[in-house]
Design a protein around this ligand. Structure first.
Ligand code: TK8
Length: 338
């Protein structure tokens, strides 16, 4: 290697050691340490949001609360990290609502396909009264929901063929999140769904264990799925919220003024994360095509066909949930469009 390269390595090593040193020192001085872990990698807006949360909390508490941020499933998959919050071995994680539904089943409403017509309506409903009612239901699981962030509208990719309508789902093995509604919705469209933690997804796509998956464009691009997937369709079949979760037992140990700091920081960082996420999702479809993926546009008729194919599943799940809450969600969606 050229001497400069070596020199850079040494410089990088010194920088890292310094950063870690500073980190260790900060951790030693802090009254509280928050271990915050997510599944997406450090380029994704989800991680930028976590860094923003860290910046605000450490500044507002003058370092009394120290935040350690982890990405790419370093602390495990979404379910593992939520269980770690319940056990007190981790303080923050930001999963999609789909895995949360395994802890609080009412959350499955947010994975009803085609529930939210756009992100503005989603923001208004989630950040309003009815969104808070769902967050309050997390307390019994020793989870404190502080804010809704954004994963985004989910789109289908696969390595087999162009998907332009429901008929094209036939026979495709699609990885879904670990959520029964997702499984039943993809079965209703003729696909062969397989539930899998996000941490195993890239390898499964690479090895062909599954033909495809569904996630927002930002995730498809930033996680490099274009390297192992050939086709992408803008199905936009589900708007997926993230929920900023804190271990409730940890939250309850914080003095009231620090609770206010983390409450506001989660909301503030969420606004920032949503903005970054929307910019990213708009820009990354072009990047996917530049990386060689074939883009298939889903027509309104084809999307309506998908909605109708899934409708019996949505009705079945809606009947299982708290009817007042379901009606409140639909009413809030209607009001948000007036
Ligand atoms: C990352 C996941 C991801 C989700 C999925 O941990 O599992 O496909 O969309 O964002 O939460």
């Amino acid at each position: 290697e050229s001497p400069e390269a070596n020199n850079n390595d040494t410089e990088v090593k010194e920088e890292n050691a310094e950063a870690n040193g500073a980190n260790e020192e900060a951790a030693a001085d802090a009254e509280f340490t928050i271990r915050a872990g997510i599944g997406l990698n450090n380029e994704h807006p989800q991680y930028k949001g976590l860094e923003k949360f860290k910046e605000i909390v450490e500044e507002e508490t003058d370092g009394a609360i120290h935040v350690e941020t982890y990405h790419s499933g370093q602390l495990g998959d979404d379910r593992t990290m939520m269980e770690a919050l319940q056990l007190g071995s981790q303080e923050v994680t930001v999963p999609s609502t789909a895995p949360i539904a395994n802890f609080v089943s009412d959350f499955s409403i947010f994975d009803f396909p085609f529930l939210f017509p756009n992100s503005e309506v989603a923001d208004e409903v989630l950040d309003g009264e009815v969104g808070q009612k769902f967050l309050d239901k997390l307390d019994d699981q020793n989870l404190k929901g502080l804010a809704y962030w954004e994963n985004g509208f989910r789109d289908l990719t696969n390595s087999e063929k162009e998907v332009a309508s429901v008929d094209d789902f036939e026979g495709l093995t699609i990885r879904t999140m670990e959520n029964d509604l997702h499984l039943d919705a993809f079965r209703a469209m003729g696909a062969n769904p397989t539930p899998m933690a996000f941490t195993e997804l890239f390898t499964a796509l690479q090895q062909g264990t599954v033909d495809g998956q569904e996630n927002p464009f930002a995730t498809i691009y930033l996680e490099g799925f274009y390297e192992v997937q050939d086709y992408v369709s803008d199905t936009h079949h589900i708007y997926s919220p993230f929920v900023f979760l804190m271990s409730k037992s940890f939250y309850d140990t914080l003095p009231e003024d620090y609770q206010e700091v983390v409450d506001n920081a989660a909301l503030e960082a969420g606004k920032y994360q949503r903005e970054l996420n929307r910019e990213a999702n708009d820009e990354y479809l072009d990047s996917l095509v530049e990386e060689g993926m074939t883009f298939t546009e889903i027509s309104d008729e084809a999307r309506e066909e998908m909605r109708l194919a899934i409708e019996p599943v949505v009705e079945e799940y809606a009947a299982e949930l708290d009817q007042d809450l379901v009606n409140e969600v639909y009413q809030a969606i209607e009001d948000a469009q007036k």
